[in-house]
Every structure is written in structure tokens, then in C-alpha cells.
Ligand binder design. Structure first.
Ligand code: SAH
Length: 347
């Protein structure tokens, strides 16, 4: 059965019109779901009884089920959710000065095979529906309601490759962005891709305000192909072409994600090549401490070493920040909590 959370505001309106109901009914249902956070159609007391019956027979209304929650000393909360088919997924809530940001999972497992990432330990089982992504935000928001806090930012940076699930991810972004519902500002929503060029080009043509982040992690093909198999299909030249295309069509700043892997991508040559790639493009580099994953054996740079690389980039006049680490005391790396939980279940 289709989930009611799969419908954008416009689709909700179409749906009620198709049933011969008044247009404002769509608005009402949308408000019930995202403002009042109703979890059953019966709660929607201003709908007629027969409407409720029809909705019940056509749509499910189920949020991801909370399995466990870890809370870090810095306020980071990591959630393990179970979906209707039993799949386990993770979401993370991070606390910043500017608000509360939720990291959303877009697929169960991932096929991109990045050599440093815990998500890829489980191959892609399936893509999430938009309703399952929206459900993660609603479930986290409900958890925050107790303290009067609000999800203000979203990053599609959990397990999965968003551009391998393009339509559902865009529907999700539009749904949570709509001001009749959660009203999370488009400029506060970031989609992160490992570099699927067709997706980037398609996204460029949508002219939306959602932010685009690229997981670069290496500034030359030799190293990038070693770390990220996707680079063999879409090498850096193709990626850069797509990014310049995006920049031509959109007046929006891009960001590069660059995790700091000790002795791997932190050389002087890497800094220079990275600087070269940023020339002529409105792009900001986020240097990210690597969350060590036992299975992979990469090491992160400590703060002092990270500052050395940061200073090199600054000298080369690259706009960059060194991202603070969140949830270091909990299993905050993508896929870590799920992997641990599965391990526990099977041992
Ligand atoms: N597939 C998308 C989104 C999910 S990964 C993408 O590749 O962008 C989100 C970000 O987390 C990516 O930049 C990814 O490279 C990074 N990442 C993966 N494992 C990590 C780890 N152990 N520590 C720090 N960042 C990690």
C-alpha cells in the first residue's frame, strides 16, 4: 500500500481532487501530517468519516519504528529505525549553533563501494521511498518535541547514494521543504553525492535551491579511483564538467567534502591539486575528520595534523573549513550503528 508520506503537497492536492473532494482537503491532510503530526487518519477530526475510510483503504500511515537511540555527550543523537519490511536504517541528529541538523538515509545499504565507508559493508538492498525519508525527519522531530526543539537543517548524507534514488530524494526534499508542513528552508537542505554525473546534470537543470555537496576526497584520478570506484565510471574531468554546468545554470555555491585520511590524501601535492580544482568554481571545501571504521584500516588526522592541511589550503586561497567532529563517543560513522547491531544479533 502506498504511504501517505510519499505525497508532496501538490500530489496531495491532486489526490483529493481525483476523489472529487474540495481542494482545501489536501491542505488539511498535509497539515495534520506535518504540523500536528497525526499518526492515524482517525485523528484527522475535521475530515468526513467517509474520507477517513477512503484514505485508510488507500494509504498506510506508518513512521519508522525506533529500535535504539544513542545520545552523545555533545548532544548528537543517533537513531536506529526499523522500516515496515524489517530493514534497519540509521539517522543522526547533530546540534550546531545555527540549529539542529538531521542526516538522512536514502538507501538500505549502498553499492558505491567507497573503500573507507562503513555503509558499503552492506550492499544495496533497496532504495528508500520518499515517505521513508520524510518519516525519519518526523520521527526525529517527535523526539525533539519533548524539549521544544526543531529540525532546522537536513543533510542527505546517511547511508546510500541519493542520486541513485533521484526521484524519491527530490520528492522528499520538496515535501519537507513545503511551508504548509515542516517548512525546512531549501537552503537548509543539502544533498551529497559521490559524483554520479548524470544525477548532477539533472539536478542542475531543476533550478532548485537545495544545496549540492560533492564527496571528492581525492584530487586526482589515480587516488580517487582507488578510494571511490565511482571515479572509474565518472572521472574527475567529467565530474568537473558537470559542476561547471551546474554553476552556469545556478547561482549557488557548491561544496566539496574531503575526509582527512592520514598519509593518503593529505600531501602537499594533494593540497595543490585540490586548490587547482576549485579555481574558477564557486566551491567551498569541508575538511572532515575521518571516523575510523575497524574493517577498513584508514586512520584520521588528529587536530594538529588537520590544521596543517587546512593552513596549506588557506595559503593556496581555497575557501575551506575544518568540520568539528560530532558523536565521536557513539557509533556516528554512516552504517556503524547498524553494522554493530546486526553483528550483535547474529553472534
Ligand atoms: N553517497 C553520498 C552520501 C552518503 S555518504 C556521498 O557519497 O556523498 C556522506 C558523506 O560521509 C560522504 O562524504 C562520505 O564520503 C562520508 N563518509 C563516509 N564514511 C565516512 C567516515 N567513516 N568518516 C567520515 N566521513 C565518512
Amino acid at each position: 500500500m502506498r504511504s501517505i508520506y510519499d505525497l508532496t503537497y501538490d500530489e496531495m492536492t491532486e489526490m483529493v481532487l481525483e476523489h472529487g473532494w474540495k481542494k482545501y482537503r489536501g491542505d488539511q491532510i498535509f497539515r495534520w501530517l506535518y504540523r500536528k503530526k497525526a499518526e492515524s487518519f482517525e485523528e484527522m477530526t475535521d475530515l468526513k468519516a467517509e474520507m477517513i475510510e477512503t484514505l485508510k483503504s488507500e494509504f498506510s500511515i506508518v513512521l519508522p519504528k525506533l529500535v535504539t537511540r544513542q545520545v552523545s555527550r555533545d548532544g548528537t543523537r543517533k537513531y536506529l529505525f526499523e522500516l515496515e519490511d524489517g530493514s534497519l536504517i540509521e539517522s543522526v541528529m547533530m546540534v550546531y549553533e545555527y540549529g539542529k541538523s538531521v542526516c538522512v538515509t536514502s538507501q538500505v545499504g549502498c553499492n558505491m563501494g567507497c573503500s573507507f565507508c562503513a555503509s558499503g559493508l552492506l550492499k544495496k538492498q533497496r532504495s528508500l521511498t520518499s515517505g521513508e525519508m520524510t518519516g525519519q525527519i518526523l520521527a526525529v522531530q517527535k523526539d525533539l518535541d519533548a524539549s521544544g526543539d526543531r529540525v532546522s537543517h537536513i543533510v542527505v548524507m546517511g547511508t546510500g547514494e541519493p542520486f541513485d534514488n533521484y526521484d524519491a530524494v527530490m520528492t522528499f526534499c520538496r515535501t519537507v521543504n513545503h511551508d504548509v508542513g515542516l517548512g525546512i528552508g531549501a537552503r537548509h537542505i543539502t544533498i551529497s553525492t559521490c559524483g554520479l554525473v548524470p544525477g548532477i546534470r539533472r539536478f542542475a537543470e531543476e533550478h532548485v535551491q537545495f544545496n549540492l555537496a560533492i564527496s571528492l576526497h581525492a584530487p586526482n584520478n589515480e587516488l580517487r579511483s582507488k578510494l571511490m570506484p565511482v571515479n572509474k565510471a565518472y572521472p574527475i574531468e567529467d565530474l568537473m564538467d558537470a559542476l561547471h554546468y551546474y554553476a552556469k545554470l545556478n547561482n549557488r555555491r557548491l561544496s566539496f567534502e574531503y575526509i582527512l585520511l592520514k598519509g593518503v590524501n593529505d600531501s602537499d601535492a594533494c593540497a595543490r591539486q585540490l586548490a587547482e580544482l576549485t579555481r574558477g568554481l564557486d566551491v567551498y571545501v569541508n575538511l572532515i575528520p575521518y571516523n575510523e571504521v575497524d574493517e577498513h584500516g584508514f586512520r584520521t588526522l588528529d587536530y594538529k595534523q588537520a590544521m596543517v592541511f587546512y593552513d596549506k589550503l588557506k595559503k593556496l586561497r581555497v575557501g575551506c573549513t575544518l568540520r568539528q567532529e560530532h558523536g565521536a563517543d557513539i557509533d556516528a560513522a554512516c552504517g556503524q550503528l547498524r553494522a554493530k547491531y546486526e553483528g550483535r544479533k547474529s553472534s
